[in-house]
Design a protein. Structure first.
Lengths: 270, 439
């Protein structure tokens, strides 16, 4: 079972420390997105990275549409990895949707987790007045529409006709791999599970100290949302970053590392 | 990157503004650092208006999400992106579809994503094709609709008829359901009946089989009993004849009793044997012309001693011409049996009368009437059953096997005739033998 999960979720372990730091990627990518941040913690932590089933180099055969139709299924992936490596005292680092996945997982088994680091979290993307998520349902449809075009639609279909690349046949394969999810149906389902989720009720039950890293000018998870998360989550610390956008670990890795270290250092000392 | 740097860039390469594709540079933090005049025009902005704005400003909402979750990570992690479909948002809010190719490179000391944006006009061509096809289809549909009016009128009539037919069909269906229910009921009854018939057949077959077995058993047993009885009779006669020495009067009397008992027993056994033979179908009939008057002449002397003993009067009235087609011996046996019964069950001083004649329907009839005790109506049907006597308490007085009438009727039926009884208790009984007439 343990080995199965290691293979299934493409689990990679590195680092010289003992306390585990578990990195969970967000929707649309895979564990590679941690490339600029994770190495910085290898001297003090046991760094664990993985791909959710359906993403990156995970075992697509293990994909169960029912299980992964809600974030619970993804939280189970996290717990499966935790059990497979028998991790305790885990510092969980989740980007975007994985922040809520970490909340769900730690609520289920709080004894396994020491800290949550949430990068650009949002418990609900769709507005629900007076709650502001930043999106209307139709906006989410726009994303799904664009994904459809890019995964199976015009780009792949028309590209050869518009710009011939006979000397670069690897292009197609690379493009597909770059999107981190080879199956458009799986990607669409992940998108729906992510952007149509509502994890607001999970926040007050969080029993683990947490750090909320809120970017400036993040149109995916606006400031109000980060503040909402901080307000609703007991024991949380909110840090608003200089970094803009939604992917500070990729666009501003130094600041991300620095804020994480600042937050975690007292924990290590303790 | 400052606006000045952006302006300088464009100034350095004025050709970029003339390029047929949109050119866009975006810093990692999402700031637009360069946009050529082609892109600005594509989106309805003036040249130089886009620099310094966030890239979100020129992306549709869906594209913003896609940019953050796919496009930027792709360019950041792989250094480039090819042929990514994006929907941009123009200044007037309209949408502009483009295919984006991007390369990540260092520009003036900062990392940017340099994008080439091709408006997907080819896609438009496809869309126009689709539109033309759709118009084609719409015109065809319009033509169809012209005819549709006529068709509609006809259709309405048809629909009315259809409704009526449906009503009729519904009625028929209801009737069919009712009939089906009745049919089911009948079927059930039929099955029950068939079951009962089958059961009756089975029981009859079982009874017939048991009867045959019984008859076979009786035939064998009777034979085994008769052999030693005949030996007893033979040795009694030898003793009476004094073969083994002189016989005293007392001994002779005792021998007489033994002999009578032996004969009685032998008669019983013979009766049993006869019935068994008849019932197991092993009796052969020799059919010939039997004159009933002549037959009575032979039989009468045989019963006269008993009649005298009970002071009974015998009247015989058999006309000439009453001739049956039958087995003479069997008819004689039947008549003797009927007369014996009449004598047996008629009190002293009574009367026995024998009538015979030819019926119209090809049969002859011989009736034996007595003035005896009679037979109650409810017992009349069973007097022909084996081992039945009307009054079992009389059995001792009226010795017999109880087989006589059963044997007689079986024999009569075996010859194509029958034996029947009429009786009034206290007044007497009349047994009537019918037989096929001799032509």
């Amino acid at each position: 079972m343990a080995d199965d999960v290691i293979t299934r979720n493409n689990v990679r372990v590195s680092g010289r420390g003992t306390q585990p730091m578990l990195f969970a990627h967000g929707f649309g990518c895979d564990q590679n997105m941690w490339r600029f941040v994770a190495p910085a913690f290898e001297d003090q932590y046991r760094v664990v990275r993985f791909d959710y089933v359906g993403s990156g180099k995970s075992d697509l055969a293990a994909y169960d549409p029912q299980r992964y139709s809600t974030l619970d299924g993804y939280a189970q992936d996290v717990l499966d990895v935790v059990h497979a490596l028998d991790l305790t005292d885990v510092v969980f680092v989740g980007h975007s949707v994985s922040s809520m996945v970490g909340v769900i997982a730690s609520n289920r088994e709080p004894e396994r987790f020491a800290r949550l680091v949430m990068i650009g979290p949002s418990p609900r993307y769709v507005n629900d007045p007076p709650y502001v998520g930043g999106f209307e349902r139709g906006d989410i449809e726009g994303l799904l529409d664009m994904m459809e075009h890019n995964y199976i639609g015009w780009a792949g279909f028309l590209a050869p006709a518009i710009i011939k690349n006979p000397d670069r046949p690897e292009l197609g394969a690379e493009l597909t791999e770059s999107f981190c999810s080879t199956d458009p149906v799986i990607a669409r389902r992940f998108a729906e599970a992510t952007f149509l989720s509502d994890s607001r009720d999970d926040l007050p039950r969080v029993a683990v100290p947490s750090l909320v890293l809120q970017c400036s000018d993040d149109m995916v998870a606006p400031n109000e949302v980060g503040e909402y998360v901080h307000r609703s989550t007991p024991g949380s610390t909110l840090r608003v970053m200089k970094a803009t956008g939604h992917c500070p670990h990729m666009s501003h890795p130094e600041e991300t590392i620095e804020l994480m270290r600042e937050y975690l250092q007292p924990a290590l000392a303790a | 990157m400052s606006d000045a740097a952006g302006v300088r860039e464009r100034t350095l390469d004025p050709l970029l503004d003339q390029a047929p594709a949109g050119l866009l540079s975006v810093a990692d933090d999402g700031t637009i650092t360069l946009a050529n005049a082609t892109l600005a025009a594509m989106l309805g902005w003036a040249p130089g208006e886009l620099e310094g704005r966030r890239v979100d400003a020129i992306l549709s909402v869906g594209a913003r999400l896609f940019w953050q979750t796919h496009f930027f990570p792709l360019v950041r992690m792989h250094g480039r992106a090819e042929e990514v479909f994006l929907v941009l948002r123009a200044a007037d809010g309209g949408e502009v579809a483009v295919l984006a190719n991007a390369v990540r490179r260092e520009r003036a000391g900062a990392w940017t994503s340099d994008c080439v944006l091709m408006q997907v006009k080819e896609r438009r061509k496809f869309e126009e094709e689709l539109l033309r096809a759709r118009k084609e289809a719409e015109r065809a549909r319009a033509e169809v609709e012209e005819h549709a009016e006529e068709l509609r009128a006809t259709n309405e009539q048809l629909e009315e008829q259809a409704v009526e037919m449906e009503l009729q069909q519904e009625q028929l269906r209801e009737q069919a359901v009712e009939l089906e229910a009745q049919a089911d009921h009948l079927q059930a009854l039929n099955e029950a009946l068939q079951e009962r018939t089958d059961e009756a057949d089975r029981q009859r077959n079982a009874a017939d089989e048991a009867n045959r077995a019984k008859s076979a058993f009786l035939a064998v047993m009777s034979h085994e009993l008769r052999t030693p009885l005949n030996a007893i009779g033979g040795y009694v006669q030898l003793l009476e004849m004094g073969i083994h020495g002189p016989v005293t009067e007392a001994q002779r009397e005792a021998l007489g009793r033994v002999e009578r008992s032996q004969k009685h027993l032998l008669r019983l056994i013979n009766d049993v044997l006869n019935l068994a033979r008849i019932e197991s179908g092993r009796v052969e009939y020799v059919l010939e012309a039997v004159d009933l008057a002549a037959l009575m002449d032979e039989v009468t002397p045989m019963v006269e001693p008993q009649m005298h003993a009970k002071e009974l009067a015998l009247e015989v009235s058999v006309p000439a011409g009453a001739v049956a087609r039958a087995d003479r011996e069997k008819v004689q046996q039947i008549v003797i049996n009927l007369l014996s019964n009449a004598i047996k069950f008629t009190p002293a001083g009574g009367r026995v009368r024998v009538d015979a004649g030819r019926d119209g329907s090809g049969t002859v009839r011989l009736a034996v009437a007595d003035t005896g005790i009679g037979i109650p109506a409810e017992k009349q049907a069973s007097v022909f059953d084996p081992f039945v006597q009307v009054d079992m308490s009389r059995t001792r007085r009226s010795e017999g096997s109880g087989l006589g009438l059963a044997i007689s009727r079986d024999l009569a039926q075996g010859m194509g005739g029958d034996l029947a009884v009429e009786s009034t208790p206290g007044e007497g009984s009349t047994f009537t033998l019918t037989l096929p007439a001799e032509d």
